[in-house]
Design a protein around this ligand. Structure first.
Ligand SMILES: [Zn+2]
Length: 342
C-alpha cells in the first residue's frame, strides 16, 4: 500500500469559499453572517471535485490512500475570534468527513482545529473529540502560529499546548505541525512561512523536553522537515551545546518528517540524513506546487518518483516509508485499514 499522509481538500466546491467570504463579511456586520446550514454542497459535487482531481492523480500515480485534511492556507486562524474559527473548522472538517465516507478506501480524515490568536487551546478539545469519535479521523493539524506569521503563541514545548497533547495521547493520534496563510508580507505563505514553521518547530522541540512529559506524543513535520534535515549537523550541534541528548534520542522517537520535497536531490538528502523509520510518504497534492518540472518532464509534487529513484533505499525501506511507518504513527488508520481487511 502507498499511504500519502499529507493531502488537503484544496479543490472543494466554490460554494465553500463563497460561504467563508460571507462569514468574514459577517464579522463586522452580524446581519450578513451566514449559518452553517446556508452552505449546501451535494455528494455529487464532492465526488466531482475529488474524482477529477485528487483521486485521478492518486490512480495515475499509484497511491492508495490519503490522510486528508481541510485546505491549510484557508484555515486562516488569524481571522475573527474563536467563534468564527470554530464554525469554520466544523464546516471544513465535515466536508473532509463526507469525502472519507464517499471514498473510505482512499481517504482518512485529519482535523483542522478551531484555533484563534490568544485563545486557550483547550477550546479545541470538543472539535478533536467530535472528529475522532464521530468522524473516525486519524490525526490533527496543529498550527503553532495562529496569527499567520507574527508568532505570538508560546513555543510548542510550553504548557500552553498541553491540553491538546493530553487529548492526542488519550486518542493515540499524531499532529502534523502545519501553519496557515501568512498575513505578514515578509513571508510568502507556502515558500517561506510553511518552511520556516517546520524548521521553527524542530528547533523548539530541541530546546525543550516535551517528550519527557509525553513519551508517546507524535508530531509529523511536513514539507520534508523544512530546513532541519539539510542542517542536521547544526541542530545536532545546538542540541549538544544545550546539553540535550543526541537527536535520535531527544527527537526521533516522537518526530517524523514527510516527503513533500519536490526534487530528487532533496529526497536523497532526506533519506540519507533522517532514519527511514522517521520518514512518511506524502505529496501534498494538489497543493502549493502544481507545475511540471521542465528538467524531468514530471509534476514537482509526484513525489513517489523520487522515492522510487532514491538509490540508498532498499525495498524494505520503501515499505516503511510508503506504509509501515504511517501505520505506526497513525494507529487509528492502521486499525481502520485492518478492519477493512487491508
Ligand atoms: Zn499541507
Amino acid at each position: 500500500m502507498i499511504i500519502d499522509c499529507h493531502g488537503h481538500y484544496t479543490t472543494a466546491p466554490k460554494a465553500l469559499e463563497e460561504w467563508r467570504k460571507r462569514q468574514i463579511a459577517g464579522i463586522h456586520d452580524p446581519s450578513a453572517r451566514p449559518s452553517a446550514s446556508d452552505l449546501r454542497i451535494s455528494d455529487d459535487e464532492l465526488r466531482e471535485s475529488i474524482e477529477s482531481n485528487q483521486l485521478r492523480l492518486m490512480r495515475e500515480r499509484g497511491l492508495d490512500l490519503t490522510v486528508f485534511s481541510p485546505r491549510a492556507s484557508f484555515m486562516a486562524h488569524h481571522i475573527g475570534n474563536f467563534s468564527v474559527s470554530s464554525q469554520w473548522a466544523a464546516i471544513c472538517n465535515e466536508l473532509c468527513y463526507r469525502v472519507t465516507q464517499l471514498y473510505p478506501d482512499h481517504f482518512a480524515g485529519a482535523a483542522m482545529l478551531p484555533q484563534s490568536p490568544g485563545v486557550d487551546p483547550v477550546t479545541c478539545i470538543p472539535e478533536i473529540e467530535k472528529c475522532v469519535k464521530e468522524f473516525g479521523f486519524v490525526g490533527i493539524n496543529l498550527n503553532p502560529d495562529p496569527t499567520g506569521g507574527f508568532w505570538r503563541s508560546p513555543p510548542l514545548t510550553d504548557r500552553h499546548w498541553y491540553p491538546i497533547y493530553e487529548k492526542m495521547v488519550e486518542f493515540d493520534i499524531p499532529a502534523m505541525i502545519h501553519v496557515s496563510t501568512s498575513c505578514n508580507a515578509c513571508f510568502h505563505t507556502t515558500g517561506a512561512h510553511y518552511i520556516n514553521a517546520d524548521t521553527t518547530a524542530v528547533m523548539q522541540l530541541i530546546e525543550g523536553d516535551l517528550f519527557r512529559d509525553f513519551p508517546t506524543l507524535r508530531f509529523v513535520i511536513p514539507h520534508g522537515g523544512g530546513a532541519a534535515p539539510y542542517h542536521w549537523g547544526r541542530y545536532r550541534g545546538l542540541a549538544q551545546a544545550l546539553q540535550k541528548p543526541e537527536l535520535r534520542d531527544h527527537l526521533l522517537r516522537n518526530v517524523f518528517f514527510d516527503t513533500c520535497v519536490y526534487h530528487q536531490p532533496g529526497i536523497d538528502l532526506l533519506t540519507s540524513v533522517i532514519p527511514v523509520e522517521n520518514i512518511l510518504f506524502a505529496s501534498e497534492m494538489i497543493g502549493a506546487v502544481r507545475g511540471v518540472d521542465p528538467e524531468t518532464g514530471y509534476p514537482f509534487d509526484d513525489t513517489k518518483r523520487y522515492i522510487e529513484a532514491a538509490r540508498n533505499l532498499s525495498p524494505e525501506d520503501r515499505y516503511k516509508i510508503y506504509e509501515g511507518n504511517a501505520r505506526r504513527v497513525y494507529p487509528r488508520l492502521d486499525a481502520a485499514l485492518k478492519a477493512r481487511g487491508r
